[in-house]
Design a protein around this ligand. Structure first.
Ligand code: ZN
Length: 117
C-alpha cells in the first residue's frame, strides 16, 4: 500500500509546518488527495494513525478531500477530466496531454495549539 509512504512524508511536512508556526500540539490536519493517486481514505487514516504515534500530532484528526483530475491537450488545448486508464484527449484522441490537477497530495492545513510566549 502506497498510503504508508505518503503518510511518512506527510508527517515530516506536518512537523516542519508545526515548528514554523510554533504549534506544540497538532489537533487537525487537512489534506487534498488527487484522484490519480487513488488514495483509499480508510487505508490513509490507518497509515496516518501509525505514523503520528509519538509525535506532536499524536492526537490529530485527519481530514481528507479528494480532488478530481484535470488534464490539458497539448495539441488542441482542450481541458478534460482524464480517467485512470484513459488519458487520451477526447477531441483529437491523442495522448499528448499534461496533467493540471489531481496528481498530488497537498497538505492544506495544520491546526493546533500554539506555544504560549
Ligand atoms: Zn486535443
Amino acid at each position: 500500500m502506497h498510503e504508508m509512504s505518503i503518510a511518512e512524508s506527510l508527517i515530516e511536512q506536518i512537523i516542519s509546518v508545526a515548528k514554523e508556526n510554533s504549534i506544540v500540539c497538532v489537533d487537525e490536519v487537512e489534506i487534498e488527495t488527487g484522484y490519480l493517486k487513488q488514495i483509499i481514505p480508510d487505508v490513509m487514516q490507518e497509515a496516518f494513525k501509525a505514523v503520528i504515534k509519538g509525535t506532536i500530532a499524536e492526537n490529530a484528526v485527519l481530514k481528507i478531500t479528494e480532488i478530481s483530475a484535470l488534464a490539458k491537450c497539448n495539441l488542441c488545448k482542450e481541458e478534460f477530466t482524464p480517467e485512470l486508464d484513459n488519458f487520451l484527449c477526447p477531441k483529437c484522441i491523442k495522448a499528448d496531454v499534461v496533467t493540471l490537477k489531481g496528481d498530488d497530495i497537498i497538505l492544506k492545513a495544520v491546526i493546533g495549539k500554539e506555544e504560549k510566549p
